[in-house]
Design a protein. Structure first.
Length: 399
C-alpha cells in the first residue's frame, strides 16, 4: 500500500472511531412506521462557513426534487429537516445523533466533506439508519458503515479521466497540487499512479491546507519546477481563489497548463473566474452543459427555482440522492432500516448526468466520467464535454 494512502486511511479510521465513541449506543429506527407518521429525511449540510456553496446547492436540489415529485411517498408525508453543521465534524456528529434519537429520521443525508461523513458513519450503523452521502468523495467512506449509500462520486473515479487524457496529449511532466485531506490524497495518488503508468513524470507533489489556504507559495514552487502542467484538486467553491492566484503568479503566461478534477472549475462559480479559466481541461461526472434532454430540463428548472443559480455537481448528487430515497421508500412501502437500505441497492436510472447505478455490493455509484474544456458560449463560461469514460467504478472497488 502507498504510504501516503496508509497515513490517510489511519487518520480517517481514527476519526470514525472517535465518532463511534462519541455516539454511544443508539436506538434503532422503527422498521415499520405508524400510520400517518411522516417520512423524515435529516439533511446535514454546511450552510454557513467556507463550504456553504455545497450546502446551498444540495438543499436547493433536494427541494426541487420534492417540488417536482410531491411531498408524499408510500403514503407518508415527506418532512425534510435541514441542519447546518458549518463544516465542523463534531457538530455533524451531534446533529446526526439528535436526528436519529430525537427526530427518529428514516434517512440521514447530505454530508459536504469527508470528515463530516466519517463522523456520522458509526451513528448510522448503531441506529440502523440509511445514510445517503451526496457530496463527500473519499473512496473509503462507504466502507465505514454498511448503511452508507453514495450518490455523488469518488475522487479516484473522476481523476482517472484527466490522468489518461494528459498522458495522451503531450503532457509529460506534472506537478500535483491538492487540498490536504482524504479526497485530495485520493486524487493525488490516483493521478500519480495512472499518469506514471502511461510514461509521465511527477515533478513534485504539493498539499495545501484545507481551510483558509494561501496558494501563492505553492504556486511559486510549481512555477520554479517548470512542468508542462499542474494537476489540481480543491473542494467545491475554492477553485476561484486558486484560479485567481494561478493567473496572478503568471503560471499561464509561463506556459504551464492547468488540468484538474471538475471541483476546480465548479459550475456554481465558473463565470466569476474570467478568461484565465478558458481552455482548462478537467474530468468529472457532471457538467451543467451536459447535452442530454434530462439535464436541460433539470438545469432550466433549477435555475428558475433559484434566481438563476446554475446547478453544479453537488446539486446533482443531492437531486439523485432524493430520487434514490423516494424510490426506495416506494419499494419498502414506507418501512425504514434494512428494508429501506436494501431498496436503495442496485437502483439504475437516468440522471441529469447520464445513466447511473448504485452498486448493490459496494453501495457506491457507477457512472460515466466526462473530459471537458472550459469554453465561452454565448458570453458565458461552460464546461463543454468532448470525451467520456463509460460506466466508471471507483478504482479501489473494481475487483
Amino acid at each position: 500500500m502507498n504510504p501516503n494512502r496508509r497515513t490517510a486511511l489511519t487518520t480517517l479510521a481514527r476519526a470514525a472511531a472517535a465518532g463511534a465513541a462519541a455516539a454511544g449506543a443508539l436506538p434503532a429506527v422503527a422498521q415499520t412506521a405508524a400510520p400517518g407518521e411522516p417520512f423524515k429525511i435529516g439533511l446535514v449540510l454546511p450552510m454557513t462557513g467556507p463550504f456553504a456553496s455545497t450546502g446551498r446547492q444540495i438543499e436547493a436540489a433536494a427541494r426541487l426534487y420534492i417540488a417536482q415529485n410531491g411531498d408524499t411517498v408510500a403514503g407518508r408525508k415527506v418532512q425534510l429537516i435541514v441542519k447546518d453543521d458549518a463544516g465542523v465534524a463534531d457538530t455533524t456528529r451531534r446533529l446526526s445523533q439528535e436526528l436519529v434519537v430525537n427526530e427518529k429520521v428514516a434517512v440521514l443525508a447530505g454530508f459536504g466533506l469527508t470528515p463530516l461523513a466519517l463522523a456520522t458513519a458509526p451513528i448510522a450503523t448503531q441506529g440502523k439508519t440509511p445514510m445517503v452521502v451526496m457530496a463527500a468523495a473519499t473512496s473509503i467512506i462507504t466502507e465505514q458503515s454498511p448503511y452508507i449509500v453514495r450518490t455523488g462520486f469518488t475522487l479516484p473515479q473522476v481523476t482517472l479521466g484527466i490522468a489518461e487524457w494528459a498522458a495522451k496529449n503531450k503532457i509529460r511532466k506534472v506537478v500535483t497540487l491538492v487540498s490536504d485531506y482524504g479526497p485530495g490524497i485520493d486524487a493525488e495518488n490516483t493521478f500519480k499512479q495512472r499518469f506514471t503508468l502511461n510514461g509521465g513524470q511527477i515533478a513534485a507533489e504539493l498539499r495545501v491546507p484545507l481551510r483558509n489556504p494561501d496558494f501563492a507559495p505553492f504556486l511559486q514552487r510549481v512555477r520554479d519546477a517548470q512542468p508542462d502542467a499542474m494537476f489540481a484538486f480543491v473542494p467545491s467553491g475554492v477553485g476561484s481563489a486558486l484560479m485567481k492566484q494561478f493567473s496572478e503568479r503568471g503560471l499561464d503566461k509561463a506556459g504551464i497548463r492547468l488540468i484538474a478534477t471538475g471541483d476546480v472549475v465548479d459550475d456554481d462559480i465558473l463565470n466569476d473566474m474570467g478568461d484565465v479559466a478558458v481552455g482548462v481541461v478537467s474530468s468529472h461526472h457532471y457538467s451543467a452543459a451536459h447535452p442530454s434532454p434530462a439535464n436541460k430540463r433539470f438545469v432550466d428548472a433549477f435555475m428558475k427555482a433559484n434566481n438563476g443559480m446554475r446547478p453544479n455537481f453537488m446539486a446533482v448528487g443531492g437531486y439523485d440522492g432524493m430520487r434514490v430515497i423516494y424510490e426506495a421508500a416506494k419499494t419498502s412501502k414506507g418501512a425504514g432500516g434494512e428494508a429501506l437500505l436494501n431498496a436503495m441497492k442496485g437502483q439504475i436510472f437516468e440522471s441529469p448526468r447520464g445513466q447511473v447505478l448504485i452498486d448493490a455490493q459496494t453501495r457506491d455509484i457507477v457512472q460515466d466520467v466526462y473530459i471537458r474544456k472550459v469554453e465561452r458560449v454565448d458570453g458565458k463560461l461552460w464546461n463543454v464535454e468532448f470525451d467520456k469514460m463509460a460506466a466508471v467504478k471507483d478504482p479501489g472497488k473494481t475487483k
